[in-house]
Design a protein around this ligand. Structure first.
Ligand code: BG6
Length: 476
């Protein structure tokens, strides 16, 4: 009944800081996150990724579980600080060895490695030297790091994601102060930081081609598709404003190498537009022609309603407690606000559950950009319970992923080219703002503070997804 392409990449994803642990082992340098989590009050109950789920030492066990499940691809990120402890300079061979082992282990089981070059853990040395992405100097260091990875792993890795969720790490870093560097409402810098990140992405893409590789490369974007509240034209306009500022600002640059016109005008009037040279424009355009897919992380959709000039501000409180109903409405005065969608249920963290939103965004990418799509993340964060005999009955997760896969199969049926679907995540891991209480994995990790066992237990969803893969999605 449900059809997926013959060579569809059924996958699962993770990120270095969230799983590896071993934060100071084998020559690894300190990252901005190693630093940030040590500032009191920054993370949920002071949680860190110092140990995380100890994937650094247990990768063989984890990848064997992936093989048992039948995963076709495993998306993971490389910690820049393992390769270049201080961001540039001499290569740390131990870091290379670790990722070579992961890649070899995947290939041994026929699992396609999909590598994210940057999933938010930036060498702290580059922050100390020039404030990381705030300086254009980041571009050369990022490209040097990316080229090193291409050179060493380029023959065995065919799928590359330059940046994970540029829109999120910059928003939380410079607008809401929840991620490093923890700045609040620094809009001018926010747009400049993004411009540097775009250049870093673009130059890495161009370098990949110049080095003669013909693999697949692109970026992963946290896509929150939007619906107008109703057919009141002012609400339809608010949706357009939202999309320009919150979605197309990134998607258009990746796919066309151009910023959305109305949004740029708006930012210019506010005096917060980025400085973009003619040369930058050419680089962005050139790189846009070289990407092979749009990577999408999809968790929720939103509603757009007109927001008066004296209306709600952009930075409401995010629910980081898991107590339903604690998130606030956010918006940009004069443009839009995002009220709750009364037709949709939400997770315990107030994220709307909207499978059809996945069909919607695939259709939108296909018609706007004509690009293949990789769903690089999708999943449900929940409080899981370890029951007797180490069972975890996460029926709610099965239900969530099943509905999203049905929606994806609908998008494919309607003509979208979807190459891969990666759930977030394979094992449980650290949630940046929610510690270890918000779980996403197919594999439960027992972080029992007393026993410290970190044992792995397969959840019900593990067996279910295994069967989905075996039947290539026919049996959802
Ligand atoms: C994405 C990130 O934003 O969502 C992941 O790429 C993150 O790193 C995931 O963990 C889920 O977010 P959260 O806040 O629920 O952990």
């Amino acid at each position: 009944m449900y059809k997926f392409p013959k060579d569809f990449l059924w996958g699962s994803a993770s990120a270095a800081y969230q799983i590896e642990g071993a934060y100071n082992v084998d020559g690894k340098g300190m990252s901005n996150w190693d630093h940030f989590v040590r500032i009191p009050g920054k993370t949920f109950k002071g949680t860190t990724g110092d140990i995380a789920v100890d994937h650094y030492h247990r990768y063989k066990e984890d990848i064997a579980l992936m093989a048992e499940m039948g995963l076709k691809t495993y998306r993971f990120s490389i910690a820049w600080t393992r390769i270049f402890p201080t961001g540039n300079g001499e290569i740390n061979q131990k870091g290379i060895e670790f990722y070579q082992n992961i890649i070899d282990e995947c290939l041994k089981y026929g699992i396609e490695p999909m590598v994210t070059i940057f999933h938010w853990d930036l060498p702290q040395a580059l922050v100390d030297q020039y404030n990381g992405f705030e300086s254009e100097k980041i571009v050369d260091d990022f490209v040097n790091y990316a080229k090193t990875l291409f050179k060493v792993f380029g023959k065995s890795v065919k799928y590359w994601i330059t940046l994970n969720e540029q829109n999120i790490f910059t928003s939380l870093g410079w607008l809401t102060a929840q991620h490093p560097p923890g700045k609040f409402d620094d809009q001018k810098m926010f747009y400049q930081v993004n411009h540097h990140a775009f250049l870093a992405h673009a130059k890495a893409v161009l370098a990949y081609r110049e080095m003669g590789f013909d693999g697949m490369i692109g970026a992963s974007f946290a896509y929150t598709p939007s619906y107008a509240l109703d057919c009141n034209p002012i609400n339809a306009m608010s949706k357009m404003n939202y999309d320009d500022l919150k979605n197309y600002w990134w998607l258009d640059v990746y796919a066309y190498g151009e910023y959305p016109i109305a949004a740029m005008k708006y930012l210019e009037k506010k005096g917060v537009a980025p400085v973009v040279s003619q040369e930058d424009k050419e680089i962005l355009k050139k790189a846009a022609k070289e990407i092979n897919f749009m990577g999408v992380n999809y968790y929720q959709s939103c509603v757009c309603e007109y927001n008066p000039l004296d209306g709600v501000t952009p930075y409401g409180t995010m629910n980081t407690t898991g107590k339903k109903g604690s998130a606030q409405v956010t918006g940009v005065p004069g443009l839009y606000k995002n009220p709750q969608n009364q037709y949709l249920k939400t997770t315990d963290w107030d994220w709307t559950i909207d499978p059809l939103g996945l069909t919607y965004l695939c259709r939108e990418i296909t018609s706007r950009y004509r690009l293949p799509i990789i769903i690089s993340e999708n999943g449900l964060g929940a409080f899981d319970k370890l029951e007797s005999e180490n069972k975890i009955h996460d029926i709610y997760r099965i239900e969530y992923i099943r509905e999203h896969l049905k929606a994806l199969s609908q998008a494919i049926d309607e003509g979208c080219e979807v190459l891969a679907y990666c759930t977030w995540s394979f094992t449980d891991l650290l949630s940046w703002l929610n510690g270890y209480q918000k779980r996403y994995g197919f594999v439960y990790v027992d972080r029992n503070e007393e026993t410290g066992s970190l044992s792995r237990y397969k959840k019900d969803s593990f067996y279910w997804y295994k069967e989905v893969i075996e039947t290539n999605g026919e049996k959802l």
